[in-house]
Design a protein around this ligand. Structure first.
Ligand SMILES: Cc1cc2nc3c(=O)[nH]c(=O)nc-3n(C[C@H](O)[C@H](O)[C@H](O)COP(=O)(O)OP(=O)(O)OC[C@H]3O[C@@H](n4cnc5c(N)ncnc54)[C@H](O)[C@@H]3O)c2cc1C
Ligand SMILES: NC(=O)c1ccc[n+]([C@@H]2O[C@H](COP(=O)([O-])OP(=O)(O)OC[C@H]3O[C@@H](n4cnc5c(N)ncnc54)[C@H](O)[C@@H]3O)[C@@H](O)[C@H]2O)c1
Length: 483
């Protein structure tokens, strides 16, 4: 290390000024501690800059195009022309507005509480911050909140085209829509962006791995999702890729073995890899932090083992979602301020949503976790009750021509307590909230059925699933995971 300047001392140091880090800094200050926020990259948070907000802006344009194009059955004649430059301009304009609000909040933080540079552990309580190459600053703190987020993971199979691979960091910088995009990964990012680009007139092909679709774990719901997406898009959730090679025109050529047993080759202008994200923890020299070997994260306190280090947001690889990052930050920041006294934070019921159309959602721990082994014996899976609704004949969904999808609600066979749900459904984001609130209240299926249901609404579909669960509870009909 050369060019080290002064050492500043605080009660709490927070690494990363994303959603979790900003919440941690504010919670630490509110608890009366002195605190510093260390940020190495661009301000504005992943969510606002290259995540939640720009992706939803692209989806909003795509949905508008799709609705207009699909209006004929209602007796409407429309033609849709997509102006790619205008789509991307609006996206960036609105995105920059959201980023601006975050930056305005950061600017309110006193300058003395703010260090610009990349931090890593020099010793348990001292961070080395690289301000510019060769210029270092030291920050000393009693406790440290690591809130460094995550980054896109690009597997080795893309090594030959690595310099051409786009991630969520690149898509929203595109000035115009490309003619064609191959998307690897049918997780949430791949599905959201892939479907949106397709609806905006881009030739899209989606490749997934192992049959996974978004966040779904329930085989009944996943099968429905596969069918729906494959009807609309070229999508193979269990792709047998033979090669991904650079093409002469600056794009990529993909060769794969199709489900038809035939080897196909197609060339695309762009390649988007959305094959998962990795926590930004490997460059922090955590080995210098004095943390006992084998220390694990306590999700209720966000403390790493018995140490003075707390992990908040995507970096802890628990639930990489915006509202969880914000909650993590508040819990970790308050605990870091009170360290060594730590208290358990309030955790909410789990909810995950993919903003596809139809939307995907999981409420509670999800089918796979609910039915996981109940003992060390491999074949001993837990049984649950699952009530099903399919949306083909659901009244309001059919009125709107959005009658596609399936939803399963889960119940405890003994108590009838609602355990969660998975769905691909119209208005999924709203149904998921309704169900998550019932889940957090630990309601039973009977108590949920005693709530009001208006007519005609999509929520009546949820009632159908709840009634099915009630009937199956009475009949003792349970489901178990099939290996
Ligand atoms: C395309 C996309 C769409 C998404 N859509 C949604 C959505 O619709 N809903 C939802 O709930 N979630 C969504 N998410 C997830 C959500 O964006 C993240 O869970 C959330 O932004 C994580 O916040 P964070 O504070 O942990 O990380 P970040 O906001 O990434 O902040 C981490 C910060 O740490 C800084 N940093 C890293 N290392 C260092 C270091 N060594 N020194 C100093 N600073 C460092 C980084 O520069 C960064 O500013 C989406 C994510 C993506 C990628
Ligand atoms: N609406 C939302 O809340 C939202 C939207 C976008 C992202 N996010 C967050 O960001 C996280 C990361 O999203 P993501 O979609 O990158 O990750 P993901 O983990 O959700 O999905 C990655 C997918 O890529 C597949 N995959 C892995 N390697 C592959 C390969 N070589 N070829 C093809 N497929 C491959 C995996 O099987 C998996 O299904 C999500 O887990 C989520 O928490 C949330």
């Amino acid at each position: 290390m050369n060019g080290t300047t002064n050492k500043q001392t605080f009660d709490v140091a927070v690494i990363g000024a994303g959603t979790a880090g900003l919440a941690a800094y504010r919670a630490a200050r509110a608890a009366g501690a002195s605190a510093v926020l260390v940020e190495g990259g661009a301000h504005g948070t992943t969510c606002a800059r290259v995540g939640c907000m720009p992706s939803k802006l692209l989806i909003a344009a795509a949905d508008a195009a799709h609705k207009a194009r699909e209006a004929a059955p209602f007796g409407l004649r429309t033609t849709v022309e997509v102006d790619g430059k205008a789509v991307m301009n609006r996206l960036r304009h609105e995105r920059d507005r959201f980023v601006g609000f975050v930056i305005a909040g950061v600017e309110k933080i006193p300058a003395e509480d703010h260090v610009r540079g990349w931090a890593s552990f020099a010793s348990p309580h001292v961070l080395d911050v690289v301000v510019t190459p060769g210029v270092h600053q030291q920050v000393e703190a009693k406790s440290i909140v690591v809130a460094t987020g995550s980054r896109p993971h690009v597997p080795a199979m893309f090594d030959r085209v690595r310099d051409r691979v786009a991630s969520n960091e690149d898509v929203f910088t595109w000035k115009d829509l490309p003619k064609s995009v191959v998307v690897f990964g049918m997780g949430i990012i791949g599905l959201e962006l892939g479907q949106a680009l397709h609806r905006l007139g881009v030739r899209v092909r989606l490749f997934g791995r192992g049959g996974a679709i978004g966040l779904l774990g329930d085989p009944v719901v996943r099968d429905a999702a596969r069918e729906i997406f494959q009807k609309e898009l070229a999508a193979d959730p269990d792709a047998k890729i033979e090669s991904v090679a650079p093409s002469d025109d600056g794009g990529v050529t993909v060769t794969w073995l199709g489900a038809d047993g035939v080897v196909h080759t197609e060339t695309f202008e762009k390649i988007l890899v959305a094959a998962g994200r990795r926590p930004n923890i490997d460059t922090l020299h955590l080995e210098n932090a004095g943390i006992a070997a084998g220390a694990t994260l306590d999700r209720e306190t966000l403390r790493l083992g018995e140490s003075h280090v707390f992990l908040a947001g995507d970096v802890n690889d628990e639930l990489p979602l915006l509202h969880e990052a914000a909650d993590d930050g508040s819990i970790a920041g308050a605990n870091a301020a009170r360290y060594p006294v730590v208290t358990q934070g309030v955790r909410r019921s789990e909810i995950g949503i993919a903003f596809t159309d139809p939307g995907l959602a999981v409420v509670g721990p999800g089918f796979e976790e609910l039915t996981a082994h109940k003992s060390a014996h491999k074949s001993a899976h837990k049984s649950i009750v699952a009530g099903l609704v399919r949306f083909e004949d659901q009244g309001r969904s059919r009125v709107m021509l959005e009658n596609r999808g399936a939803l399963r609600v889960y119940a405890d066979p003994k108590t009838g307590t609602f355990l969660g749900a998975e769905m691909i459904a119209p208005r999924a984001e709203h149904l998921a909230h309704l169900l998550a609130w019932a889940h957090q209240q630990k309601l039973t299926i009977d108590q949920m059925l005693a709530m009001p249901f208006y007519h005609p609404v999509v929520e009546e579909g949820v009632r159908t699933a709840l009634r099915d669960a009630k009937a199956k509870l009475a009949a003792g009909e349970q489901v178990t995971r099939v290996q």
